[in-house]
Design a protein around this ligand. Sequence first.
Ligand SMILES: [Zn+2]
Ligand SMILES: [Zn+2]
Length: 330
Amino acid sequence: MDEGSRAGTRPGARLSPQWVLHLLLGAAVLLCLGVAGLVLWLLPFARRRRRERAASCTVCHRHQRAGVVAVAGFAVLLLLGAAVRTQAAAGPLDQCSTRFTSGAEEVVAEEGPGRPPSSSGWWGRTRSAVTAPTSGVMLMATGALGMSHCSGSAVLVAFPPPPAPGGGGSVIGDVFVSWVPEADQAGSALPGQETYVQFGSDATAHPEQVEAIGRHESRHVDQWTIATVAGGPMALPVAYYLDSLVFPLSRNHFERAAGLGDGGYDTPPDFGPDPLWGPVGITAVVVLLLIRRRIRWASRVLVGGRSARDTGEEGRCPVHSRGWFRGSAH
Ligand SMILES: [Zn+2]
Ligand SMILES: [Zn+2]
């Protein structure tokens, strides 16, 4: 019987240390893996299976302990991030400035680009709160790299110190992180991206253009918010990466949803798949390595039939039992 249901049968046991630990772990799972992670963690069937595995298999037991440590550690990092992001919202962060050429003169925009509507109001506050842990971690990481921060119309901006210009970037949480460009790539556009605008601290473009990019990046913040609630802070980067393997650059569904024109992307001749075979191969190898024990188990089931499915070594579950094609214990 597990701690949760046992605690439920004892009057007054709800405040037991075990129960508090359970609640804390549940909160950490929600923070790290979103609603989907919490539901999977709470499913009675999955809970029973985890308990059985931990009791009968030393490897499963070890993996579960490592999982708890990883989730707890990640949750602490995210809480620290939330605190840093909250402090940045409260503290005076410089406004990002915009420069553009008007005739022969370079003008610093007085009004700056307008805010996208989704960055204010209840939705704006919701997405700030939901993305705060990730954003704060990025503020810490970019700060450690020597980058500076400013407050833009739609997002916070982390940029390398002058004279290195920021060349493009990515929204992580609600922070636009400029890529630190290689010396020979300074100011170049992405392949497939025709226009180049230095976005952020010292944007050298007309406010309308900066506003368009702000709109685009703001939609990425919307995506971050929904993905973080659904599956935690890693959900969007993983989904974006997997989508990019088959639909790279302007074919990417997240970029299309954020608006290709606003983001300065070229519209491709078609939106069909255009796989990046190199990265697809590397990703496939990584996935095969991660599921190698299941493949080993499947090889034994293939040879030994149904009886091989549920049999394993002493102290190990079938998946963690050793031996290809034939079990080593039976
Ligand atoms: Zn196991
Ligand atoms: Zn984008």
